[in-house]
Write a protein that binds this ligand. Structure first.
Ligand SMILES: *Cc1c(COP(=O)(O)O)cnc(C)c1O
Length: 347
């Protein structure tokens, strides 16, 4: 199978911009090819457009080939580029499964690409048959978010596999929260399924939301298209350096992730003891979707206590729910102390 047939004609025909750093790719002593300021500061040169050193670090960590990696200015950039590569404005559409991450629909709308919504089932699992049924030849990309934001759950392996195998188009599995999950990534499936894109990010478990660095893993064919359409220097020098140092301190990453997971479980347990908490959904991510009796007053009350959570109570299937990110032990304790006052004020 080739994904060529899903690619827009103008993208197939595109001759990409060729930067100075693309045209000479070796090492030299004197660079007079890019109109840079010659006074060395560590930042006076353009970044490596293909981020080779960083990709080789990520490739080693994930046991994959650098040719299967695309790096972007956040995974949001990858989402936008994928829509621009595969969806003809005014004609094609994407398929999303609400409630889910909002950027898929926003990026589609910006590109004048319509959005077909196939809601999750009550248990927050995808309805594979309904999704395949609702899809048409115009449905070029299916976005699956697992673990899903804002519900926090993992989609069943067999549904993911069925959709990747049977959806006639590109399937994006957004794994922004995979490092908090006990379940395995879909990453090893990219060799078998040329239509699969797996998204991960440095924004959550890696603690580097500020550097804007997202990863897309896919067949070499898809990666080539992403590289063709991306802005030439889309990942800046500071971000590449920060990510490289994080990769060299993998123990810190593992320790923080373990701590957040442990905090998630103890926070969940205590949240469930409040009489105004109707339930906390199981989470494979670093947040807890929490169903409460009066979401709006509680949300306002927490703001008064200087604690901001996300009110998701108007979102499909998330009626009366707040989404609470897991903080440090001290922050979570402060949240719980504040919630105790809310109980008291209500009684
Ligand atoms: C936070 C999040 C991302 C991360 O996006 P970045 O642009 O990499 O910061 C992607 N997908 C989902 C579902 C998220 O919740």
């Amino acid at each position: 199978m080739t994904i060529q047939k899903y690619v827009r004609q103008n993208i197939r025909d595109l001759k990409p911009y060729s930067s100075a750093r693309d045209e000479f790719d070796g090492r030299a002593e004197i660079y007079l090819d890019a109109n840079e300021n010659p006074f060395e500061s560590g930042l006076n040169r353009y970044p490596d457009p293909l981020q080779k050193e960083l990709k080789s670090g990520i490739a080693e960590l994930k046991s994959i080939k650098p040719q299967n990696i695309f790096l972007g200015n956040g995974s949001d950039e990858a989402i936008d580029l994928l829509i621009r590569i595969f969806c003809e404005p005014g004609r094609d559409e994407i398929v999303v499964l609400p409630p889910t991450y909002g950027m898929y629909s926003v990026c589609a709308a910006i590109s004048n690409v319509s959005v077909r919504e196939v809601p999750l089932k009550k248990d927050f699992q995808p309805d594979a048959d309904a999704i395949l049924e609702a899809s048409s030849p115009a449905s070029k990309i299916l976005f699956l978010c697992s673990p899903n934001n804002p519900t926090g759950n993992h989609f069943k392996r067999q549904s993911l596999l069925k959709l990747i195998a049977e959806f006639d188009g590109i399937v994006v599995v957004d794994e922004a929260y995979i490092d908090f999950s006990e379940k395995e990534s879909c990453l090893n499936w990219i060799d078998k399924y040329p239509n699969l894109v797996v998204l991960q990010t440095f924004s959550k478990a890696w603690g580097l939301a500020g550097i804007r660095l997202g990863m897309a893993f896919a067949s070499e064919e898809i990666i080539r298209h992403l590289n063709k359409v991306k802005p030439p220097y889309n990942v800046n020098v500071l971000s590449q350096n920060a990510a490289l140092s994080a990769l060299n301190k993998i123990e810190d990453f593992q320790k923080e992730v373990a701590e957040i997971i442990q905090q998630r479980e103890s926070l969940k347990e205590t949240l469930m003891t409040f009489d105004f908490v109707q339930g906390v959904f199981p989470s494979s991510a670093n947040f807890l979707l929490t169903k409460v009796l009066e979401p709006k007053p509680l949300f306002q009350f927490l703001i008064e206590k200087n604690i901001i959570v996300r009110n998701r109570s108007k979102v499909l299937l998330c009626e009366n729910c707040l989404r609470i990110s897991v903080g440090t032990a001290i922050e979570n304790q402060q949240l719980l102390e504040a919630l105790k006052l809310f109980t008291i004020s209500k009684l």
